[in-house]
Ligand binder design. Structure first.
Ligand code: PLP
Length: 386
């Protein structure tokens, strides 16, 4: 990323396929949401409740009810400066030094970083590429120890695009219940699914498991720059009083989250869900996913599971064919030759240097051109170790 920035500063344009940021690709916040924020600027000048304004939390509460997360009170909802802030907060409040948290590999690396920052240890459980990237429960079970306190579930998944089946989630939640693990459900792509994929919220599965559900405006409502997300606590809250007290203290320590954009939440959740026009068969997200996936599959030496959700593809490279030992160098070499920025798989704490992530937000033509450039690059590529 630093190198791409340096190139751009020197006047070389780079196609950034490295970050799921809808707005630069023309996917804009629904007008009603933006208007609600603008109209409420005047009434957003003071601090508000540390957990968020009431109208926003009421809308989140109704949404929780709609998607089947039971018994959510207003007090169980925290609005934050993006899911990112709430992830860090939830880990800071939870972990003692050396506590372990199960995190998928590949992961969304903020989770592993937030766990480490809070003194904990991320323990990565494998997701199985051969099973459409569903979590490998045998591995997850083997990695649960007496120090494990929680399990992170990212569904729909970044970076793989997997959407987990109900059967799998039931088994996972059953395991969590048996071992008294808190489930940290990062569901920021909850409404971004394709084909017949059915998103099942973790919080709707077993009311005997403490679940923290994370979602927000960044992706579904294309408002990543608003920095507005929320966290819902559900399940046996009475068993987590100290933790919840800690979360309340942490929320109060930053006084409150950005107020103007909180006014967008009610309109976003209650209004017309324009996201479904993008994810339908005719929609741009779906069409771009198809085009990118087909173009990638045509490249000799690349295989790719078709994503069923989110905004990314996570293809596998035949590393022996290209002599790739270092996937960061591969990404760097591609950037220098083709001015295209993607992300190496090891950045997602994936153990082998044989994957990369690509965002399918650009228009179809731009995407297929970029992927054909990648194919051209690979056709002559043999990594020389530096
Ligand atoms: N969680 C996942 C899985 C993500 O992919 C992202 C952003 O890409 C985030 C959280 C961050 O969300 P926010 O913009 O609400 O901080």
């Amino acid at each position: 990323m630093d190198e791409a920035k340096r190139l751009e500063e020197n006047g070389t344009p780079v196609l950034n396929l490295n970050i799921g940021n809808p707005a630069p690709f023309g996917f804009l916040t629904p007008e009603g949401v933006a208007r609600a924020v603008a109209q409420n600027l005047g009434s957003s000048q003071g601090y508000v409740d540390a957990k968020g304004i009431t109208s926003a939390r009421q809308a989140i509460q109704r949404e929780a009810d709609r998607i089947g997360i039971p018994h959510v009170e207003l007090d169980d909802i925290y609005v934050g400066n993006g899911v990112s802030e709430l992830i860090v907060m939830s880990m800071q409040g939870l972990l003692n030094t050396g506590d372990e948290v199960l995190v998928p590999t590949p992961d969304y690396p903020l989770w592993s970083a937030a766990i480490r920052l809070a003194g904990g240890v991320p323990v990565h459980y494998r997701c199985d590429e051969a099973a459409d990237w569903q979590p490998d429960m045998t591995d997850l079970r083997a990695k649960t120890s007496s120090r494990t306190v929680a399990v992170v579930v990212i569904n729909p998944n970044n970076p793989t695009g997997a959407v987990y089946t109900r059967e799998l989630l039931e088994v996972m939640l059953g395991w969590a219940r048996q071992h008294s693990l808190i489930v940290l459900a990062d569901e920021i792509y909850s409404k971004i699914t394709y084909d017949d994929a059915d998103f099942i919220p973790c919080g709707s599965i077993d009311e005997n498991v403490l679940v923290l559900t994370f979602d927000g405006l960044s992706k579904t409502y294309r408002a990543a720059g608003f920095r507005t997300g929320w966290m819902i606590i559900s399940g046996p809250k009475h068993l987590a009083r100290d933790y919840i007290d800690g979360l309340n203290v942490l929320a109060a320590m930053r006084l409150c989250s950005n107020v103007p954009t909180q006014h967008g939440i009610e309109v976003a959740l209650n209004g017309y869900q324009s996201i479904y026009a993008l994810t339908s068969v005719e929609g741009e997200f779906c069409q771009q996913r198809d085009a990118a996936w087909e173009a990638l599959c045509e490249i000799d030496g690349i295989q790719c599971v078709k994503p069923k959700g989110a905004l990314y593809l996570f293809p596998k490279i035949d590393v022996s064919k290209f002599n790739i030992l270092d996937d960061e160098q591969f990404v760097f070499d591609l950037l220098h030759e083709k001015r295209i920025l993607i992300v190496q798989g090891t950045a997602f704490n994936y153990p082998e240097p044989d994957h990369f992530r690509i965002v399918f937000l650009p228009a179809k033509d731009e995407l297929t051109f970029a992927i054909s450039q990648l194919g051209e690059f690979l056709s002559g590529y043999k990594q020389i170790q530096r």
